[in-house]
Design a protein around this ligand. Structure first.
Ligand code: GRF
Length: 230
């Protein structure tokens, strides 16, 4: 099966984007990164993508342009890249329902909490103030409601009483870098499919692989993930 052409939407640092690019270069990975689109110029993620040889586009939202018109421009950039799947990776703009509808079942987002807990801004601060002992990250299909779409996979990290917001964010980010490539692999290979309000899975080795601290399906996954870690 041909690797699925996947575009990544970013607004900043791009560390999850970089993890997806690295994973896509592993033998047999079912997605290739067709391009990276940022709504902001001069962000670190754009440099990282360019250095990795991935095509980049900036689709800035200028004053006076409606959200709808901006999403139409994003859609045009996606079409130009020939994208079949879209991964939001730190894309800080709310997408319009019309745009989301066009990508139903083909657009993923990563959020740094165990959804449905701690949606929106400052999830790590929310986790610490709620006193949870386990926190983590979620990859889900995107629906019109923010951070609410059907869940593909999650990774967990322990919350220590001594963890600051920053320390917790770093631990979760490390887990995100393993989780997103894993979740995209499931979706791009057709093993995780959006089915109404749920995700259905086929040929997923072990049920536990969809939720583990390593968020990896097999020894081979863990090995290749270890190779990807800088
Ligand atoms: C990540 O924590 C991601 O979960 C959230 O925004 C952050 C983006 O970080 N949606 P990066 O740009 O991937 O480094």
């Amino acid at each position: 099966m041909a690797a699925k052409r996947t575009a990544i939407l970013i607004s900043g640092r791009g560390s999850n984007m970089a993890a997806l690019i690295r994973a896509s270069r592993e033998d047999g990975y079912p997605a290739e990164i067709a391009g990276v689109i940022s709504d902001r110029p001069d962000v670190e993620g754009l440099d990282l993508a360019a250095r990795a040889g991935v095509p980049t586009r900036v689709v800035e939202k200028t004053k006076g342009v409606s959200r709808e018109a901006h999403d139409v421009a994003i859609g045009a950039a996606l079409a130009e890249l020939g994208a079949e799947l879209v991964c939001l990776a730190g894309y800080m703009r709310l997408l319009t329902p019309g745009f989301v509808a066009q990508w139903t079942g083909r657009m993923l987002n990563i959020h740094p909490s165990l959804l449905p807990l701690f949606k929106g801004l400052h999830p790590h601060r929310q986790a610490i103030s709620a006193g949870v002992r386990i926190h983590g990250a979620t990859v889900h299909f995107v629906t019109a409601e923010t951070d609410s779409g059907p869940i593909v996979a999650q990774a967990a990290v322990p919350v220590l009483p001594t963890d600051s917001e920053g320390a917790l964010a770093s631990k979760v980010l490390e887990a995100e870098h393993r989780l997103y490539p894993f979740a995209l692999k499931l979706v791009a290979s057709g093993r995780a499919v959006l089915d109404g309000e749920r995700v259905t899975f086929s040929n997923v080795a072990a049920a536990g692989s969809l939720f583990s601290p390593e968020a990896a399906a097999s020894e081979a996954d863990i090995e290749s993930l270890a190779r990807m870690t800088p």
